[in-house]
Design a protein around this ligand. Structure first.
Ligand code: GLP
Length: 259
């Protein structure tokens, strides 16, 4: 894993937006892997700004990581609604090429298989953005998730429901179940970029990067990915033992090797 420690969220947004823009320039039909949550928001704002400066997602498509079960797609907190309002409705990507798992499906196992197939049929995700939960989850793969898992239903931990309660009027309104790409699905993306900001993520980041490969910290599965980057601000990187090494090695990298 490439670990990059930057001073703040603005610097992270610029670096990750650069990586997205480079891929979309090289291949306009890039398949984007998008994440919800607050961590990617500045990145999305930066990409929206670049779109008004000429960057185009007109031939791209996008796949979301996950979705709640138990609220309709039209709910303002469904991940489909959130990604549209925060990002894809503000760029020139075609709305019918923004895909998400359907948490309203009658047959959840069939929908899960369909979603994995849809990603594969699109040629696979070229660049996947990830946040990390305070319990180490990626997507909604909670601790205990199989490291080889595919898209499927998961039950949220109370910690995750509590973390996400800020988006709902009360914790009682936070769904208990979700559909999420599996860790095995996520590993198939050609490039994975995990971003984390703030001291609240420091333990999860350290466990993911320097801890053992373990289903107990689902984000540690990225240790198996040949092309994964973990980009954190100083606070989120504060529990990393080898933080000075990561800083130096990034600083000494030639430009062509960066992201
Ligand atoms: C949610 C999402 C994750 C996200 C995580 C962290 O549970 N399913 O994809 O990475 O929360 O969210 P935040 O970036 O708001 O801290």
């Amino acid at each position: 894993m490439e670990v990059i420690v930057l001073p703040d969220a603005d610097r992270i947004a610029t670096l990750v937006a650069d990586a997205y823009a480079r891929r979309v320039h090289a291949n306009p039909a890039t398949v984007l892997g998008l994440a919800t949550g607050s961590s990617p928001l500045k990145i999305y704002r930066e990409l929206i700004r670049r779109c008004s400066d000429g960057l185009s997602f007109g031939s791209a498509s996008a796949f979301l990581l996950d979705e709640y079960i138990g609220i309709p797609r039209s709910h303002e907190q469904s991940y489909y609604s959130v990604i549209r309002s925060e990002f894809t409705d503000q760029i020139d990507i075609s709305a019918d090429r923004v895909f998400s798992p359907n948490g309203e499906a009658d047959d959840i196992p069939a929908e899960s298989e369909r979603y994995d197939r849809a990603i594969a049929d699109a040629g696979g995700v070229d660049i996947q953005l990830l946040g990390i939960g305070t319990d180490g989850h990626v997507g909604f793969n909670e601790p205990g998730s199989s490291l080889a898992s595919r898209t499927r239903i998961k039950t949220l931990t109370e910690q995750t429901r509590d973390d996400n309660a800020r988006f709902f009027s009360s914790i009682n309104d936070v769904p208990r179940h979700v559909l999420t790409q599996g860790l095995g699905t996520i590993l198939e993306a050609r490039k994975v970029i995990l971003v984390a900001m703030g001291a609240g993520k420091a333990e999860a980041v350290a466990a993911a990067v320097e801890g053992p490969l373990s289903a107990f910290c689902p984000a540690s599965v990225l240790q198996l990915h040949p092309n994964a980057a973990v980009i954190v601000d100083e606070a989120a990187g504060s529990a990393l033992e080898m933080v000075d090494y990561y800083k130096n090695s990034y600083f000494h990298k030639p430009d062509w090797q960066k992201l």
